[in-house]
Design a protein around this ligand. Structure first.
Ligand code: SAM
Length: 364
């Protein structure tokens, strides 16, 4: 049983073409067609995923780079990323300005129960304070927001009708990005081939630029998303994968630490080893573009410092002179998956790298 996409009534009837929208009667289906026809063609169906509520499942084989869905948010808040929403009052105001259809779409998402753990502390204090009847709906919606909101650009978060139904896996087969010219519109694309019938899974923690071990990932998902992860990686024996992640994290830290000690050669070496290791680990490949960009930028630094630090020519010939090749690898991955390269993210990294050794040099 689900809620009608238009009026919110309980129903078991789905769109016959894609099974991704629920309608209680023909009038509701007809009135929603102008919106629904934009997503009706997508290659997935929404159905029960064991132990995780609903989820997206491929209705045909999908290749790397294929589009799963592209969607605008039902509600978008620019004042804080998920989990640290600054003001529940902003949420209340934005929610109450939505039309009935949008509100019903939000209320149909998972998490409307009275479970206060599905809220961060700011939300919790606000939700605790009043039990007035007229406040109940937006508070329900706020709880749903706590369970489903997704970061959409550097500072905002949003709820989506379809994308918010994608379950998490620490070994994902899709990734999402916003569009260059439309930062609240979200696109989901395949990063590992998916067979018909397989669940479409994204890594909720992927953009955190760290390589957490199983126990840390579980904790982060409990804290930020309020669930106990049942993905394949967390369910299996994870010692080997954890050992690999530990090594990648060490190399990642080493790039920064070497930089702080003005050991640019050490930083470049660590960045290179990190890329090599990431290439071997299927569930961490998502980090490759940023890692190759980091290597590229480190090698530019190396080139600039080569005389000052007496960096040996053999090392330069072996690694540093190949820097364009590494930059190309960063872009190649993004071109293959057709995901938007977040230039802001790279710029932040470039700034951080430019601070290495207290230098004021301009990189570009
Ligand atoms: C953004 S929603 C995903 C869609 C949701 N399954 C639904 O029915 O609408 C996030 C919720 O899905 C469930 N979920 C997602 N990934 C999961 C996982 N790996 N293990 C267990 N539950 C998961 C949790 O209940 C979580 O709070």
């Amino acid at each position: 049983m689900a809620n009608c996409t238009v009026c919110g009534k309980q129903t078991t009837k789905q769109c016959g073409k894609c099974s991704n929208a629920w309608y209680c009667r023909t009038e509701c289906q007809r009135s929603d067609w102008k919106n629904h026809k934009k997503v009706c063609k997508y290659p997935f169906e929404i159905k029960e995923s064991e132990g995780k509520g609903l989820g997206l499942f491929a209705t045909r084989d999908l290749q790397i780079g294929d589009l799963v869905v592209c969607e605008d948010p039902i509600i978008y808040l620019s004042d804080g990323i998920k989990g640290v929403l600054k003001s529940p009052q902003t949420f209340k105001h934005t929610y109450e300005n939505l039309g009935v259809e949008e509100r019903n779409k939000i209320l149909a998402l998972v998490g409307a129960d009275n479970d206060l753990t599905a809220c961060n502390l700011v939300m919790e204090s606000c939700l605790d304070s009043s039990s007035r009847k007229e406040d109940q709906e937006w508070k329900r919606a706020l709880r749903i927001y706590g369970r489903n909101a997704i970061a959409v650009d550097d500072s905002g978060s949003a709820l989506f009708s379809t994308i918010s139904r994608i379950n998490h896996s620490c070994s994902p087969n899709v990734d999402w990005s916003y569009l260059e010219n439309h930062r609240t519109r979200k696109e989901v694309r395949v990063i590992r081939n998916i067979k018909v019938g397989e669940e479409v899974l994204v890594d909720y923690l992927a953009k955190s630029e760290s390589f957490p071990l199983t126990s840390d990932r579980k904790e982060a998902l409990r804290w930020g998303w309020h669930f106990e992860c049942k993905c394949s990686l967390c369910s299996l024996d994870h010692d080997e994968n954890d050992a690999l992640r530990k090594r990648v994290q060490q190399l990642h830290d080493s790039v920064l630490n070497c930089g702080r000690r003005e050991d640019v050669e050490g930083a470049a070496n660590a960045a290179l080893q990190k890329c090599k290791l990431l290439e071997k680990c299927e569930d961490l490949k998502i980090h490759l573009p940023v890692a190759y960009m980091e290597l590229y930028e480190t090698l530019i630094m190396l080139n600039l410092y080569r005389r000052a630090y007496g960096i040996n020519d053999a090392f330069m010939a072996k690694v540093a002179d190949r820097r364009e090749e590494y930059r190309e690898k960063a872009y190649k991955h993004c071109r293959r998956t057709k995901l938007y390269i977040d230039k802001a993210m790279y710029n932040k990294k470039i700034k951080r790298l430019a601070m290495m050794g207290g230098s004021h040099i301009l990189l570009r």
